[in-house]
Design a protein around this ligand. Structure first.
Ligand code: URP
Ligand code: ZN
Ligand code: ZN
Ligand code: ZN
Length: 460
């Protein structure tokens, strides 16, 4: 059924204008003034007073992640519908085998969990937790299948984490294949030593999580990753950068011309370490890695985002419920790490960035959609509003005023870390390749509409 969106204000990473958009099948076929179409099946949406953004892309999510002895709570059904309600039409999930898992089996398992179960489009960063000849061969197959980004963890020793030698091998292979490597940058050995020290001193509560992974630990990981990227000639992408110390290391490499990109995630822009210090174990809800930081870091993150030094804003969505968090009572190293935000990322970034005067609206679109599309081989199919692009559109109501609450969320969890936070706007209608998925803020779409997005390497 063709769809005509009339009278909205189109806002992309670099343009802003009033026009109508015609969608036929899955793509945008016309953009112009006073568009009309003679077709009895035509559905018309009046978007007067609304913004029209390209579908947002979350470059960093975990759905049903096996981690710390349990699984993150969302399935692809709940996670993708929550994403869409929040304006995210594509997500890139971390496929995370641990060191003992067969990497190809893990990839196929992750893919099978998403295919036929996701309402939004999806792809994966292929996690690598070990490197040998078998895995190298498997990675080549995975790239052939349409994956053009890898993921490594420099933290989580003996589980997801790689050794330095393996990091070098992964980057060397990635360079050869034309694949970008994303990395969680923390020094695993320091984390492990500091955790043991704190526990031996009887410091067991969630407030000690940050002390076990202070900014120096992240700055070292960031610097090491940047150095390895430089030495191998690969292209790197730092995930969830949380603090000024790590930002300085990344910027030092970027300014030398090292091809390094930076993602920060919504919790680090808005929440600080006092949340993880809340009494009665409530702090556990706010345990993630890298940890929430001293508030002063947020100023540096917002400035770097506005200037475009921070390329993308993701979520690191990873929901563990209160009962799962409870596994770490008496030992903070056993609190499953993660804060969910897939549903609220766009509204929070719009509100505390654009609406409250901290972020240019085009940079907002760029950071939450366009730049991820460009870096990860999805542009211009995704990440913009243009004739020929997929009709993934967010009709956004900037007049909406409301608050975030666990009571109204779609994410499968029994708390929301942003409970009570005001939002100054929200998606009214969202389309996925031309089909309406969200109407009046409610999911009304096909729960299995989402497609695996095949991507090609060598776009660097
Ligand atoms: O705390 C976090 N970030 N949990 C998810 C795993 C990761 O490191 O991204
Ligand atoms: Zn299935
Ligand atoms: Zn991580
Ligand atoms: Zn993550």
């Amino acid at each position: 059924m063709p769809l005509l969106i009339k009278n909205g204000e189109i806002i992309t990473a670099d343009t802003r204008y009033q026009a109508d958009i015609l969608i036929q099948d899955e793509t945008i076929t016309q953009i112009g003034l006073d568009l009309e179409m003679d077709d009895e099946d035509l559905e018309v949406i009046d978007a007067t007073g609304k913004y029209i953004f390209p579908g947002f892309i979350d470059p960093h999510v975990h759905i049903y992640l096996p981690f710390m002895g349990t699984f993150a709570r969302d399935t692809h059904t709940t996670g993708s519908q929550a994403a869409l309600i929040g304006g995210t039409t594509t997500f890139i999930e971390m496929c995370c085998p641990n060191r003992n898992d067969d990497h190809l089996e893990a990839y196929n398992l992750w893919k099978s969990r998403a295919e036929g179960h996701s309402a939004c489009d999806f792809t994966f960063h292929m996690g690598i937790s070990k490197f040998d000849d078998t895995i190298e061969q498997q990675l080549k197959e995975i790239v052939e299948d349409g994956i053009s980004s890898f993921k490594v963890f420099l933290s989580y020793k003996n589980f997801f984490g790689v050794e330095d030698g393996e990091l070098y091998q992964v980057l060397t292979l990635a360079k050869k294949l034309g694949v970008i490597v994303t990395a969680h940058c923390e020094n695993a050995e320091l984390v492990s030593q500091l955790q043991q020290k704190l526990l031996s001193e009887g410091k067991t509560g969630p407030e000690y999580h940050e002390k076990s992974r202070p900014v120096q630990v992240e700055a070292e990981g960031t610097n090491r990753f940047a150095t390895f990227v430089e030495m191998t000639g690969a292209t790197g992408y730092i995930v969830h950068l949380s603090c000024e110390a790590a930002l300085n290391r990344a910027m030092a490499a970027k300014s030398k011309g090292v091809p390094l990109y930076i993602e920060s995630v919504i919790p680090h822009f808005l929440l600080d370490k006092t949340f993880a210090e809340r009494a009665d174990f409530e702090g556990a809800k706010y345990v993630m890695s890298p940890p929430l930081r001293e508030k002063s870091n947020q100023k540096a993150l917002w400035a770097a985002l506005e200037q475009g030094f921070i390329d993308t804003v993701g979520t690191d969505h990873c929901p563990f419920d209160i009962e799962q968090k409870d596994m770490g009572r008496g030992d903070f190293t056993k609190i499953p790490n993660g804060i969910p935000a897939i549903e609220d990322r766009v509204n929070l970034l719009y509100t505390y960035g654009v609406s409250r005067g901290n972020l240019d609206i085009h940079r907002f679109v760029d950071a939450a959609s366009t730049r991820a599309a460009k870096l990860f081989g999805l542009f211009p199919r995704k990440g913009t509003i243009a004739v020929g692009s997929d009709a993934d559109l967010v009709i956004y109501d900037p007049q909406y005023r409301g608050t975030i609450s666990v009571k109204t969320q779609t994410v499968n969890n029994n708390y929301n870390g942003f409970e009570g936070w005001e939002i100054d706007g929200k998606p009214e209608t969202v389309t996925v390749r031309g089909q309406i998925a969200v109407k009046d803020g409610k999911f009304v779409g096909d729960p299995a509409r989402g497609q695996f997005l095949k991507r090609k390497p060598s776009h660097f």
